[in-house]
Design a protein around this ligand. Structure first.
Ligand SMILES: Cc1ncc(COP(=O)(O)O)c(C=O)c1O
Length: 416
């Protein structure tokens, strides 16, 4: 008898959708394709020699535990080193019992959703937002209420309006999800005053904040702003970060900082999911911090990504038409492009791919749809010399599109 597998899937499994970005990553494997699509770190930022050094003790047989099962919370040494780092670099007041090592930040988001979302629950998310978070949250059949980002910050007025409206209908969101620094996808950062205000509003309406911060260390200019978590005295913020952008995503190492109460629940959820995070990677990451390599490596990565950002910004100035706007991120890996409203970047993508340049259409970052006239460009992955050429190709596609929908004179200059 043929198995009718659809009939057997759980409701949650039926909710799962293929990510547009993961699909796009396949296209970007085509030779000569210049991809600004994926959100990948540059492979030359992976500290291979340092990783080799940090693994030596394991290969000499000095750390047998590195090959054994570990505790669900994670390696004691690594959690201690992270607690120190969180205090020193982020002003987050935390102890060992506030930290759990996860299989990437992605698992931290999934476990948080597992612990707090029931079907038909509501959560808030600033938009545009990280697609992976929406994917994790929608597995629990929850509803997203989008809070827009203005040109420079999260739209607090819209948050208050939405909360009042929800409150009237008896809906109390469980949490607000936001990426506080150099957001994926927009490159924007939430200001200090808005961070404090978010926490006040969360307290007023009694919801949690999931603060996702994978890019905070990758700051190119200006002062870094303390995380929302650093102002949290009541255990209302779940802070999430990762080694993916400061060591290597292949290690699959992230961490959560939360109140002991929340963390204990998250530990139980993780135990059910995978018992523990990869212990080998955790030992290497501990040596990476303890040996003083992390700080030096972060400086190298920042230098490289700032250079790539500047090349991309300069190319945008030269090649892109005046009617196109973009963010100037002070760190991270992404620039957000806003085109005139009549351009549909999802439809335009095929034309871009035909010219061997790829991006992610903006609508992918809106859980409730919309904003089809924007796009995300990643500047960390491409080689310096291909960034310029990729932007030139993309400008050609955009100019072509605009010439069909607009009277505007396309601008196309030579040379960067
Ligand atoms: C905002 C954000 N959160 C979480 C993740 C997932 O990170 P990890 O590789 O640690 O799972 C990413 C990955 O790009 C991201 O951009």
């Amino acid at each position: 008898m043929v198995v009718n597998i659809e009939r057997l899937y759980s409701k949650s499994a039926k909710m799962l959708k293929a990510s547009e970005i993961r699909e796009l990553l396949k296209i970007t494997q085509i030779p000569d394709m210049i991809s600004f699509g994926g959100g990948l770190p540059n492979p030359s930022a992976f500290p291979v020699d340092i990783i080799h050094k940090c693994s030596e003790k394991i290969f000499k047989g000095e750390i047998k535990n590195a090959l054994q099962y570990g505790t669900t919370e994670g390696l004691h040494l690594l959690r201690g080193a992270l607690a120190e780092r969180m205090k020193k670099h982020k002003s987050i007041n935390c102890e060992l019992h506030n930290i759990m090592i996860t299989t990437g930040a992605q698992q931290a988001l999934f476990l948080s959703a597992f612990c707090f979302l029931d079907p038909n629950d509501t959560y808030l998310s600033s938009v545009p937002t990280y697609l992976g978070a929406v994917q994790a949250f929608s597995a629990f059949q929850a509803n997203c209420e989008s809070i827009p980002m203005t040109e420079v910050d999260i739209d607090i007025d819209s948050l208050r309006r939405n909360l009042k409206r929800l409150h009237k209908t008896g809906i109390n969101p469980k949490f607000l999800y936001t990426v506080s620094n150099f957001q994926n996808p927009s490159g924007e950062t939430i200001s200090l005053s808005h961070r404090k205000e978010l926490l006040e509003i969360a307290s007023e309406y009694d919801f949690l904040i999931i603060e996702d911060d994978p890019y905070g260390e990758l700051i190119f200019e200006g002062e870094s702003i303390p995380p929302i978590k650093s102002f949290d005295k009541k255990g209302r913020v779940i802070y999430v970060s990762t080694f993916s952008k400061i060591l290597a995503p292949g290690f699959r190492l992230g961490w959560i900082v939360a109140s002991k109460e929340i963390l204990d629940k998250l530990v139980l959820a993780k135990q059910a999911a995978d018992l523990c995070t990869n212990v080998f990677s955790q030992y290497v990451a501990y040596e990476y911090i303890n040996g003083g390599y992390l700080d030096k490596q972060v400086l190298e990565i920042k230098k490289m990504y700032k250079r790539k950002r500047d090349i991309m910004l300069k190319a945008l100035e030269i090649y892109f038409p005046k009617s196109v706007k973009w963010t100037v991120p002070k760190g991270g890996m992404f620039i957000w492009i806003t085109l005139p409203k009549r351009v549909n970047t999802s439809l335009m993508l095929q034309k871009a791919i035909a010219k061997k340049v790829a991006y992610v259409a903006g609508s992918a970052f809106y859980p409730e749809g919309g904003n089809y006239f924007s796009m995300r460009l990643n500047f960390s992955y491409s080689e310096d010399n291909t960034i310029k050429e990729g932007i030139r190709r993309l400008a050609e596609v955009i100019n072509d599109e605009l010439s069909k929908t607009y009277k505007e004179e396309p601008v196309l200059q030579e040379g960067v």
